[in-house]
Design a protein around this ligand. Structure first.
Ligand code: SF4
Length: 96
């Protein structure tokens, strides 16, 4: 018999160590978000991007899986600054 495991259940076993005060992703200051920034509020699999009450896009990279989607989508426009977390911080994937 095959056991079906949902993606959400697999993601739940990952662990994330926050590097307090040193986010590895930053959104560059903007008045009106580009289409790419708005898209990130929908496509980030970890839900790290949101829109604030002024209509600007913000990022809270806690839980980021380092998939690179936001990095690719903003490669042309340069809307974000993206670095890997420092050693020992960030996502810890658990498989099995
Ligand atoms: S790298 Fe992936 S998971 Fe991390 S903030 Fe960007 S889109 Fe979200």
């Amino acid at each position: 018999m095959t056991t079906v495991v949902k993606v959400e259940e697999k993601l739940y076993v990952n662990r994330y160590l926050v590097d307090a005060g040193r986010p590895h992703i930053k959104v560059r200051p903007h008045e009106t978000p580009s289409a790419a920034l708005v898209a990130l509020t929908h496509v980030c699999p970890a839900g790290c991007y949101s829109t604030n009450d002024r209509g600007q896009v913000e990022v809270t990279p806690d839980g980021c899986m380092e998939c690179g989607t936001c990095r690719v989508l903003t490669a042309d426009g340069g809307e974000i600054e993206w670095n890997y977390p420092r050693g020992g911080y960030g996502v810890l994937f658990k498989f099995g």
